[in-house]
Write a protein that binds this ligand. Sequence first.
Ligand code: BJW
Ligand code: ZN
Length: 260
Amino acid sequence: MTKPGAGGGDLPDEVVAAVRRARRVLVLSGAGMSAESGVPTFRDAQTGWWSHVDPAALATAQAWREDPPYVWAWYAYRIGLLRAVEPHAGHRALADLGRVVDVTIATQNVDDLHERAGSAVAAHLHGSLTDLRCADCATPYLGAVDVPDEPVERLLPPTCGECGGDVRPGVVWFGELLPTEAVTATEAAIAALAPGDLCLVVGTSGIVYPAAGYPAAALAQGATVVEVNPVESDVSDMCHHVVRGTAGAVLPALVAARRR
Ligand code: BJW
Ligand code: ZN
């Protein structure tokens, strides 16, 4: 296993060779992918009202059932945050790579930063923050969403025009099934990997399943698995190479090195 020091320019030769050799690249991205755009990672310290709240306890259907305005306030704040941020150089590098080689992106992220950088995303495994729907009848909600400038403790969710139910974010909470089409697309992308292809595992702690099982599935296909993460994750040990740097530094360096 190759473990170089920190820094995007500090790429091991084996990783550069792997990205040059690959006919297909599968990118498995997590919250760290969006961190340098200003979106806090899921398990980063929470701010404001939520500083003492475990995010994993908020991201559950049970928390929603108990107190929709409390959960909605968190999501409304994050929708507002997302409106204010932009993709970074790492997102753009993946979009550039996708113009010269077959790149499939399967992300756990509920933002649209890959798309805004110009990538097509094959799978949003945990849904999308702004894909709103009625919690009762599942009718999509296309109306306006008022977002607080500052974190607030509670906020009434929008109301469904069909049944009057509360509108919820289109994300996947713990205990809920992942969207079938996202799982199918990811499994198909993994099945298409052959020896010599590349799987980039970017910015995930590797603790949430089934997504945490995909790097091992890519490995079983014979792909070279490379992690990009400033710190060790639960999937580091099974990767062929680990690049200890940030997505915003490492991915542009990787894509530039491929061209040289
Ligand atoms: C950087 C960086 C920089 C920082 N550059 N990197 C098998 C075994 C055990 C349990 C289960 C299992 N199968 C299913 C389960 C249960 C459960 C689960 O996995 N639990 C585990 C916690 C143990 N899974 C589920 O419930 C899933 N559903 C399911 O499997 O249905 C079938 C089923 C039902 C019932 C029972 C059993 C099976 C659903 C999971 C849904 C996850 N949803 C969330 C919330 C989405 C909405 C929201 O955002 O609010 O998705 S949880 C949260 O975690 C979010 C994320 O997508 C997900 C993963 O987090 P991620 O992306 O890894 O972020 P972080 O913050 O953890 O890590 C960031 C990383 O970035 C760190 O490593 C940093 O170092 C790094 N980093 N800066 C690069 N600049
Ligand atoms: Zn409804």
